[in-house]
Design a protein around this ligand. Structure first.
Ligand SMILES: Nc1nc2c(c(=O)[nH]1)N[C@H]1C(S)=C(S)[C@@H](COP(=O)(O)O)O[C@H]1N2
Ligand SMILES: [Mo]
Length: 432
């Protein structure tokens, strides 16, 4: 208590000290902000917030242990996963969306990772969970969770994108917010055992070419995966961002299939069967194929193509500060590897500039970009275009439709346009 009192006993002194510090900072690199701040002072904003001692500066707050498992500030109550009620008939087989507009950097906090379940969230005690590997193997094996954790493990950061992300936008701009147009994605650091090690333990037969992964949930979700991918970079993961997987994400164990469509990342993983051909399950025939204009369907479109979206400003995050210096920000990713470049346009794709890419660059992981510009208060049409290390370029929606028709739901990686109005409000639009 006395600590607090001493700091605030002479508000006059502390105020001058604070202003001095502020003036030094403004004299440095942030010239653009200096104008904004002095404009705020001239606009006559009440100065009590800086000249008066506030309640939280005088009364001690909660002690330690008020929240044994910490939760976000009450002022962040809006930063939550959200669903679109008309999108699905029943919450048991439904989806909600990551609030991309409210996040920065590239890590998706565990409580904000979008959820997609086909039979609700299975609640499984780790002691009761088993993973079986069988089929074309020398030694069929059953692992407990303890067994799995006696294998060498690795930490790797990957995005998971549902193939249906942006799927509602095929026939025109529809959902108003990047949470809803692009929020079926999360980016997490996984801890797990390389699937290759478990397959080696079982001894895969020479004629093996495919595996079938199955979930222990009520939907018993199953997908065929080529053995080559399983031996390359798949993980059997039990931790996300350092802590146990959340039940929504497949606790106690899920399959991680880097860069490939989210549907293949089987949650509550209970069985891996080794075979010599794909199984053609529901999720790879009736679903997760793309019907083309000529009536034929593309199948096995596993890799998620290069894509990006501006998260700020966006419909849920309008420009609140008026004209002047502005910074836009967004996310880019590619299921093929690393993002190499992101271009941004503020005039609907007439002129492009290279965005500033954040240094954190892992393959098959989100990459953050920023772009500073001066806003003169006129209408803007914001776009971003990602390019990956293999030269894949994110297409316009027009290019995408001319190649794939308009029957598709999945794999829409077209360039998104946000219209910024003079008021700073933002809307999902398409321009042609
Ligand atoms: N067992 C099981 N695994 C599953 C699913 C499911 O319903 N059951 N849904 C799949 C789909 S369609 C996607 S997009 C991802 C979603 O992962 P998330 O809930 O961690 O976002 O999990 C996949 N794995
Ligand atoms: Mo999905």
């Amino acid at each position: 208590m006395s600590e607090f009192k001493r700091n605030t006993s002479d508000p006059d002194t502390s105020r001058r000290g604070f202003l001095r510090g502020g003036a030094l900072a403004v004299g440095g690199a942030v010239g653009g902000m200096a104008a904004a701040l002095s404009a705020r002072a001239m606009a006559g904003e009440p100065s009590e917030l800086i000249t008066q001692v506030q309640e939280w500066n005088q009364i001690p707050g909660d002690g330690v242990d008020a929240a044994p498992y910490g939760v976000p500030s009450e002022f962040e109550a809006d930063v939550v996963r959200r669903s679109v009620p008309w999108l699905t008939a029943d919450p048991i087989s439904s989806v909600n969306f990551t609030p991309l507009h409210a996040l920065d950097g590239i890590i998706t906090p565990n409580g904000l990772c979008f959820e997609r379940h086909h039979g609700g969230v299975a609640q499984i005690a780790p002691a009761d969970h088993r993973l079986m590997i069988h089929g074309l193997v020398d030694n069929p094996l059953v692992f407990t969770m303890e067994d799995l954790q006696r294998f060498p493990r690795e930490n790797r950061m990957y995005f998971l994108e549902c193939a249906a992300n942006s799927g509602m936008e095929w026939r025109g701009a529809q959902l108003n917010g990047c949470q809803f147009t692009h929020g079926m994605i999360h980016n997490v650091m996984y801890t797990g055992v390389p699937l290759k090690l478990l397959l080696q333990e079982a001894g895969v037969k020479p004629n093996a070419a495919w595996l079938l992964a199955e979930g222990a949930d009520a939907s018993a979700m199953t997908r065929s995966i080529p053995l080559e991918k399983a031996l390359d970079d798949c993980l059997v993961a039990f931790k996300m961002n350092g802590e146990a997987l959340r039940p929504e994400q497949g606790y106690p164990v899920r399959l991680v299939v880097p860069g490939w469509e989210g549907n293949m990342w089987i949650k509550w993983l209970r069985r891996i069967e080794i075979g010599d051909q794909p199984w053609h399950q529901r999720e790879e025939t009736s679903k997760y194929t793309d019907l083309l204009a000529n009536g034929q369907a593309r199948r096995f479109t596993w890799e998620m193509d290069v894509k990006s979206v501006i998260t700020n400003p966006s419909p849920q995050a309008p420009i609140a500060h008026g004209r002047g210096h502005a910074v836009l920000s967004g996310l880019a990713w590619s299921g093929h590897g690393r993002v190499k470049r992101v271009d941004v346009s503020i005039d609907g794709g007439r002129n492009w500039q290279t965005a500033q890419l954040d240094p954190m660059r892992m393959p098959k992981s989100l990459r953050r970009f920023y772009h500073a510009f001066e806003w003169d208060g006129t209408e803007l049409y914001l776009q971003s275009r990602a390019i990956d290390e293999f030269g894949h370029v994110q297409p316009t929606k027009t290019e995408l439709r001319s190649a794939r028709g308009e029957n598709s739901i999945y794999h829409n990686n077209g360039i998104q346009t946000w219209q910024v109005r003079g008021s700073g409000e933002v809307e999902n639009v398409e321009i042609s």
